[in-house]
Design a protein. Structure first.
Length: 352
């Protein structure tokens, strides 16, 4: 069993566990001291107590997930790590794979909770920049031949010093060239319909499934709220596990509505509120009515463009979502231009 002050030896050095800072169904994350002269790291281990209780197939899946994550991160080129968490070291401890990852301040969920407590919206420039950074991170995952399948606030790490975000936790990755339906994977309240509702004896997902989750995060970052559709899926999963999909289909007589009219209205109001120079969240007047007509018009144009992108990302049918990362990047650029903002959208070199 691991405990504070335990020493974990990996390929490049020794790490002393300091405090547990996170975890999941099968893993635990510790803050750990690295070799002398280096910064603390996030050490990701498989939960040994959970492994002892798990059946052999579950143990195999957990080990395979950690091994897949190591494989994916090791293959990244240094320039591809700008918005993907860096793997600093790896190895084995007590017969289980271990990852040493760069340690960042907090995740997106906690960051948004702090903003809500301060009644401070996420400024539009930062919202668009973070969307662009996540879009780039997903593009890199796809470019290396994987689909991510677990985009959610807890897996988006915020670098407060740089004001940027990085994608983390790649244990759910599935190969893009594995075309058959697969077993359930991911987190229910951030999943595309095809990832929650099975077909042909399994779940048929692809890059477009990641774009749906990006849309759910777009709504969350803009409004501070979660879509009711996502909340309903999460509740059904908690109560019925994967059988919750059938429960929802029977309850709604088909696929539940994904983006409802009042949610669209809330999203538009949120974008308009921070969508022009002088808006709340950018140091200017808090009320839209206090802004000049030209600013209100630009805020309205930005909100309209943002809603078009949101609707596409959250389309029920995968083929109706944006075709690729470049398409999303162009739309983010258009939203920023409508609001009179210059947003760094770093996707010029990503292949369509």
């Amino acid at each position: 069993m691991t405990a504070s002050d335990s020493i974990i030896t990996l390929e490049l050095g020794h790490y002393r566990l300091r405090e547990q800072i996170g975890g999941s169904a099968y893993g635990v994350i510790w803050r750990a001291e690295g070799p002398r002269g280096t910064r603390d790291v996030a050490l990701k281990l498989i939960n040994e107590a959970q492994m002892a209780r798990a059946l052999p197939p579950q143990r195999e899946r957990w080990i395979a997930s950690a091994s897949n994550e190591i494989t994916f991160l090791q293959r990244l080129e240094p320039w591809d790590e700008r918005h993907i968490v860096r793997l600093l070291d790896s190895g084995w401890h007590n017969g289980l794979p271990v990852l040493a990852l760069e340690l960042l301040n907090c995740d997106l969920g906690r960051h948004m909770k702090t903003l809500r407590s301060q009644r401070a919206p996420l400024p539009l420039g930062r919202l668009l920049a973070w969307m662009a950074q996540l879009n780039q991170a997903l593009a890199k995952v796809h470019q290396y031949g994987w689909r991510y399948l677990d985009l959610k606030p807890a897996n988006v790490l915020v670098d407060a010093q740089l004001g940027s975000v990085k994608l983390a936790d790649f244990g759910t990755n599935r190969r893009l060239d594995a075309l058959n339906a697969h077993s359930y994977a991911g987190t229910a309240n951030w999943q595309a319909p095809e990832q929650f509702f099975p077909a042909d004896g399994g779940y048929v997902t692809g890059t477009h499934s990641d774009y749906f989750a990006l849309g759910a995060l777009f709504y969350f970052m803009a409004t501070g709220a979660q879509l009711r559709y996502c909340g309903d899926c999460a509740q059904a999963y908690r109560e019925h596990h994967t059988a919750g999909a059938d429960v929802l289909l029977r309850r709604h007589g088909g696929l539940p509505a994904i983006l409802q009219a009042d949610e669209e209205a809330l999203f538009v109001r949120a974008i308009r509120a921070v969508g022009a120079p002088g808006a709340a969240g950018s140091g200017g007047p808090a009320l839209a009515d206090e802004r000049p007509d030209s600013c209100r018009a630009s805020a309205g144009q930005a909100a309209d463009a943002a809603l078009r992108l949101l609707r596409q990302l959250l389309a029920a049918e995968p083929d109706a979502r944006p075709r690729h990362a470049i398409d999303i990047s162009r739309q983010l650029t258009a939203i920023g231009a409508a609001a009179g903002l210059e947003v760094a959208l770093p996707l010029r070199s990503v292949a369509a």
